[in-house]
Design a protein around this ligand. Structure first.
Ligand SMILES: Nc1ncnc2c1ncn2[C@@H]1O[C@H](COP(=O)(O)OP(=O)(O)OP(=O)(O)O)[C@@H](O)[C@H]1O
Ligand SMILES: [Mg+2]
Length: 246
Protein backbone atom coordinates (compact mmCIF):
# COMPACT_ATOMS: atom_id res chain seq x y z
CA UNK A 1 0.00 0.00 0.00
CA UNK A 2 1.42 3.40 -0.98
CA UNK A 3 2.31 5.82 1.79
CA UNK A 4 1.46 9.49 1.26
CA UNK A 5 3.92 11.95 2.80
CA UNK A 6 2.36 15.41 2.72
CA UNK A 7 4.20 18.69 3.31
CA UNK A 8 2.12 21.72 4.24
CA UNK A 9 2.72 25.12 5.77
CA UNK A 10 2.82 28.86 5.20
CA UNK A 11 4.67 30.25 2.15
CA UNK A 12 8.45 30.37 2.37
CA UNK A 13 8.80 28.10 5.39
CA UNK A 14 10.79 25.39 3.57
CA UNK A 15 8.18 22.90 2.27
CA UNK A 16 9.87 22.45 -1.11
CA UNK A 17 13.38 22.24 0.33
CA UNK A 18 12.34 19.58 2.86
CA UNK A 19 10.22 17.69 0.28
CA UNK A 20 13.24 17.55 -2.03
CA UNK A 21 15.45 16.43 0.86
CA UNK A 22 12.96 13.64 1.63
CA UNK A 23 13.27 12.50 -1.99
CA UNK A 24 17.06 12.45 -1.62
CA UNK A 25 16.83 10.55 1.67
CA UNK A 26 14.38 7.86 0.43
CA UNK A 27 16.37 7.50 -2.80
CA UNK A 28 19.64 7.08 -0.86
CA UNK A 29 17.96 4.48 1.34
CA UNK A 30 16.66 2.73 -1.81
CA UNK A 31 13.09 3.08 -0.53
CA UNK A 32 11.70 3.39 -4.04
CA UNK A 33 9.60 3.58 -6.22
CA UNK A 34 8.82 7.16 -5.26
CA UNK A 35 6.39 9.59 -6.88
CA UNK A 36 6.95 13.27 -6.14
CA UNK A 37 3.95 15.54 -6.62
CA UNK A 38 4.60 19.26 -6.90
CA UNK A 39 1.19 20.64 -5.94
CA UNK A 40 2.24 24.30 -5.85
CA UNK A 41 1.18 26.47 -8.83
CA UNK A 42 4.55 28.22 -8.50
CA UNK A 43 6.31 24.89 -8.80
CA UNK A 44 10.00 24.75 -7.98
CA UNK A 45 10.66 21.04 -7.49
CA UNK A 46 11.77 20.48 -11.12
CA UNK A 47 14.71 22.80 -10.44
CA UNK A 48 15.39 21.47 -6.93
CA UNK A 49 15.34 17.90 -8.26
CA UNK A 50 17.18 18.78 -11.46
CA UNK A 51 14.45 17.64 -13.86
CA UNK A 52 13.05 19.18 -17.06
CA UNK A 53 9.29 18.87 -17.33
CA UNK A 54 7.24 18.70 -20.53
CA UNK A 55 3.83 19.51 -19.06
CA UNK A 56 1.68 19.77 -15.96
CA UNK A 57 -1.58 18.22 -14.82
CA UNK A 58 -3.13 21.65 -15.53
CA UNK A 59 -1.96 21.55 -19.15
CA UNK A 60 -3.43 18.05 -19.50
CA UNK A 61 -6.73 19.25 -18.00
CA UNK A 62 -6.88 22.17 -20.45
CA UNK A 63 -5.88 19.88 -23.31
CA UNK A 64 -8.77 17.54 -22.54
CA UNK A 65 -11.12 20.37 -23.55
CA UNK A 66 -9.19 21.42 -26.66
CA UNK A 67 -6.81 18.79 -28.03
CA UNK A 68 -8.47 15.41 -27.50
CA UNK A 69 -9.05 13.70 -30.86
CA UNK A 70 -12.76 13.04 -31.52
CA UNK A 71 -12.48 9.25 -31.80
CA UNK A 72 -10.76 8.82 -28.42
CA UNK A 73 -12.47 8.46 -25.04
CA UNK A 74 -11.71 10.99 -22.30
CA UNK A 75 -10.35 8.23 -20.05
CA UNK A 76 -8.01 6.90 -22.69
CA UNK A 77 -6.68 10.32 -23.67
CA UNK A 78 -6.13 11.49 -20.06
CA UNK A 79 -4.32 8.29 -19.16
CA UNK A 80 -1.89 8.64 -22.08
CA UNK A 81 -1.28 12.34 -21.41
CA UNK A 82 -0.74 11.98 -17.65
CA UNK A 83 1.74 9.19 -18.20
CA UNK A 84 3.48 11.39 -20.78
CA UNK A 85 3.98 14.31 -18.35
CA UNK A 86 5.20 12.21 -15.41
CA UNK A 87 8.96 12.63 -15.67
CA UNK A 88 11.04 9.61 -14.80
CA UNK A 89 14.34 10.04 -13.04
CA UNK A 90 16.69 7.67 -11.28
CA UNK A 91 14.88 6.38 -8.20
CA UNK A 92 11.84 8.66 -8.45
CA UNK A 93 9.23 10.14 -10.80
CA UNK A 94 7.86 13.70 -10.75
CA UNK A 95 4.33 14.96 -11.43
CA UNK A 96 3.75 18.72 -11.48
CA UNK A 97 0.16 19.85 -10.90
CA UNK A 98 0.48 23.40 -12.27
CA UNK A 99 -1.97 26.23 -11.85
CA UNK A 100 -5.55 25.76 -10.62
CA UNK A 101 -8.28 25.18 -13.19
CA UNK A 102 -9.83 28.03 -15.16
CA UNK A 103 -13.49 29.00 -15.10
CA UNK A 104 -14.76 26.20 -17.42
CA UNK A 105 -16.69 23.14 -16.24
CA UNK A 106 -14.07 20.58 -15.35
CA UNK A 107 -16.14 18.19 -13.23
CA UNK A 108 -16.09 15.30 -15.72
CA UNK A 109 -12.36 15.72 -16.35
CA UNK A 110 -11.59 16.05 -12.65
CA UNK A 111 -13.49 12.88 -11.77
CA UNK A 112 -11.53 10.88 -14.34
CA UNK A 113 -8.29 12.56 -13.23
CA UNK A 114 -8.87 11.58 -9.60
CA UNK A 115 -9.40 7.96 -10.60
CA UNK A 116 -6.32 7.84 -12.85
CA UNK A 117 -4.15 9.52 -10.20
CA UNK A 118 -5.32 6.97 -7.67
CA UNK A 119 -4.42 4.11 -10.01
CA UNK A 120 -1.03 5.64 -10.77
CA UNK A 121 -0.25 6.23 -7.10
CA UNK A 122 -0.78 2.55 -6.31
CA UNK A 123 2.37 1.74 -8.29
CA UNK A 124 4.58 3.64 -5.84
CA UNK A 125 5.84 2.85 -2.36
CA UNK A 126 6.01 6.50 -1.31
CA UNK A 127 4.22 9.57 -2.66
CA UNK A 128 5.68 12.87 -1.54
CA UNK A 129 3.38 15.85 -1.93
CA UNK A 130 4.71 19.42 -1.77
CA UNK A 131 1.60 21.51 -1.19
CA UNK A 132 0.97 25.14 -1.77
CA UNK A 133 0.20 27.22 1.31
CA UNK A 134 -3.59 27.26 0.65
CA UNK A 135 -3.96 23.44 0.65
CA UNK A 136 -6.26 23.68 -2.36
CA UNK A 137 -5.64 20.14 -3.70
CA UNK A 138 -6.37 18.72 -0.28
CA UNK A 139 -9.53 20.72 0.31
CA UNK A 140 -10.79 19.78 -3.18
CA UNK A 141 -10.16 16.09 -2.60
CA UNK A 142 -7.54 15.62 -5.35
CA UNK A 143 -5.23 14.42 -2.59
CA UNK A 144 -7.44 12.27 -0.40
CA UNK A 145 -5.07 10.23 1.73
CA UNK A 146 -2.37 11.33 4.17
CA UNK A 147 -0.15 8.87 6.01
CA UNK A 148 2.54 11.29 7.18
CA UNK A 149 1.68 14.95 7.64
CA UNK A 150 4.64 17.27 8.08
CA UNK A 151 3.55 20.81 8.77
CA UNK A 152 6.43 23.19 8.24
CA UNK A 153 6.73 26.52 10.07
CA UNK A 154 9.41 29.02 10.93
CA UNK A 155 9.69 30.32 14.51
CA UNK A 156 7.53 33.35 13.49
CA UNK A 157 4.18 33.58 15.33
CA UNK A 158 2.19 33.98 12.08
CA UNK A 159 3.82 30.86 10.71
CA UNK A 160 2.85 28.80 13.78
CA UNK A 161 -0.70 30.19 13.52
CA UNK A 162 -0.84 28.93 9.91
CA UNK A 163 0.39 25.53 11.07
CA UNK A 164 -2.43 25.40 13.63
CA UNK A 165 -5.01 26.36 10.98
CA UNK A 166 -3.75 23.67 8.59
CA UNK A 167 -3.89 21.12 11.39
CA UNK A 168 -7.50 22.09 12.05
CA UNK A 169 -8.43 21.95 8.34
CA UNK A 170 -7.00 18.45 7.99
CA UNK A 171 -8.98 17.35 11.07
CA UNK A 172 -12.17 18.91 9.70
CA UNK A 173 -11.70 17.06 6.40
CA UNK A 174 -11.35 13.80 8.33
CA UNK A 175 -7.94 13.23 6.77
CA UNK A 176 -6.29 12.25 9.99
CA UNK A 177 -2.77 11.00 9.31
CA UNK A 178 -1.06 8.05 10.97
CA UNK A 179 1.91 10.26 11.80
CA UNK A 180 2.12 13.99 12.22
CA UNK A 181 4.87 16.44 13.10
CA UNK A 182 5.30 20.18 13.37
CA UNK A 183 8.66 20.99 11.81
CA UNK A 184 10.17 24.28 12.97
CA UNK A 185 12.55 25.10 10.14
CA UNK A 186 15.21 27.85 10.03
CA UNK A 187 15.19 27.69 13.79
CA UNK A 188 17.69 28.84 16.38
CA UNK A 189 16.29 27.14 19.47
CA UNK A 190 13.15 26.00 21.26
CA UNK A 191 10.05 28.08 20.48
CA UNK A 192 7.69 29.70 22.96
CA UNK A 193 4.76 27.39 23.71
CA UNK A 194 6.73 24.25 22.82
CA UNK A 195 4.92 22.05 25.35
CA UNK A 196 1.37 23.03 24.37
CA UNK A 197 2.23 22.68 20.65
CA UNK A 198 3.75 19.29 21.36
CA UNK A 199 0.42 18.13 22.74
CA UNK A 200 -1.45 19.39 19.65
CA UNK A 201 0.92 18.05 16.98
CA UNK A 202 2.28 15.02 18.81
CA UNK A 203 5.84 15.76 17.75
CA UNK A 204 7.96 18.87 17.19
CA UNK A 205 11.15 18.75 15.15
CA UNK A 206 13.71 21.55 14.93
CA UNK A 207 15.81 22.20 11.82
CA UNK A 208 18.51 24.82 12.18
CA UNK A 209 19.04 27.70 9.83
CA UNK A 210 21.62 26.63 7.24
CA UNK A 211 23.63 29.09 5.10
CA UNK A 212 24.38 26.32 2.60
CA UNK A 213 20.65 25.95 1.82
CA UNK A 214 20.24 29.69 1.49
CA UNK A 215 23.08 29.96 -1.03
CA UNK A 216 21.82 26.88 -2.88
CA UNK A 217 18.50 28.60 -3.56
CA UNK A 218 20.22 31.88 -4.47
CA UNK A 219 22.33 30.08 -7.07
CA UNK A 220 19.45 27.85 -8.25
CA UNK A 221 21.17 24.51 -7.58
CA UNK A 222 19.60 21.10 -7.07
CA UNK A 223 19.19 19.41 -3.67
CA UNK A 224 21.55 16.65 -4.85
CA UNK A 225 24.41 19.15 -5.04
CA UNK A 226 24.03 20.05 -1.34
CA UNK A 227 27.05 18.83 0.60
CA UNK A 228 26.11 15.92 2.87
CA UNK A 229 27.75 17.73 5.80
CA UNK A 230 25.07 20.50 5.59
CA UNK A 231 23.33 21.23 8.91
CA UNK A 232 19.88 20.84 7.34
CA UNK A 233 20.77 17.33 6.14
CA UNK A 234 22.07 16.33 9.56
CA UNK A 235 18.98 17.69 11.35
CA UNK A 236 16.34 16.50 8.91
CA UNK A 237 17.84 13.07 8.17
CA UNK A 238 17.85 12.35 11.92
CA UNK A 239 14.09 12.93 11.94
CA UNK A 240 13.51 10.99 8.67
CA UNK A 241 15.53 8.10 10.05
CA UNK A 242 13.19 7.96 13.07
CA UNK A 243 10.17 7.89 10.74
CA UNK A 244 11.35 5.68 7.87
CA UNK A 245 14.60 4.10 9.01
CA UNK A 246 13.25 0.94 10.57
N1 LIG B 1 16.91 25.36 7.11
C1 LIG B 1 17.05 26.40 6.27
N2 LIG B 1 18.05 27.29 6.44
C2 LIG B 1 18.19 28.34 5.61
N3 LIG B 1 17.39 28.62 4.57
C3 LIG B 1 16.36 27.76 4.35
C4 LIG B 1 16.14 26.61 5.16
N4 LIG B 1 15.06 25.95 4.69
C5 LIG B 1 14.64 26.65 3.61
N5 LIG B 1 15.40 27.74 3.40
C6 LIG B 1 15.27 28.77 2.36
O1 LIG B 1 14.01 29.44 2.55
C7 LIG B 1 13.44 29.77 1.31
C8 LIG B 1 12.05 29.15 1.21
O2 LIG B 1 12.20 27.75 1.16
P1 LIG B 1 11.22 26.85 0.27
O3 LIG B 1 11.13 27.38 -1.12
O4 LIG B 1 11.63 25.45 0.47
O5 LIG B 1 9.87 27.15 1.04
P2 LIG B 1 8.37 26.85 0.61
O6 LIG B 1 7.62 26.67 1.86
O7 LIG B 1 8.34 25.75 -0.38
O8 LIG B 1 7.98 28.22 -0.09
P3 LIG B 1 6.75 28.51 -1.06
O9 LIG B 1 5.53 28.52 -0.20
O10 LIG B 1 7.07 29.83 -1.63
O11 LIG B 1 6.72 27.42 -2.07
C9 LIG B 1 14.40 29.26 0.23
O12 LIG B 1 15.25 30.32 -0.15
C10 LIG B 1 15.18 28.18 0.95
O13 LIG B 1 16.46 27.99 0.39
MG1 LIG C 1 7.54 25.62 -2.32
Amino acid sequence: MSQFIVFAGKGGTGKSTLSALTVRYLKDRKLSPILVVDADPNFCLPELLDINITGTLASVREGAMQDKPDGMSLDEWLEIEINRIIEESEGFDLLVMGRPEGSGCYCAVNNVLKRILQEISEKYKYIIVDNEAGMEHISRGIISKIDYLFIIATPAKSSIQSALRINQLVDELNLSSKKKALVINQSSGKIEGHDELSKIFGKIVYINFDDKVKSLSEQGGSIFSLNSSAVVIKDFYKFLEEEFGR
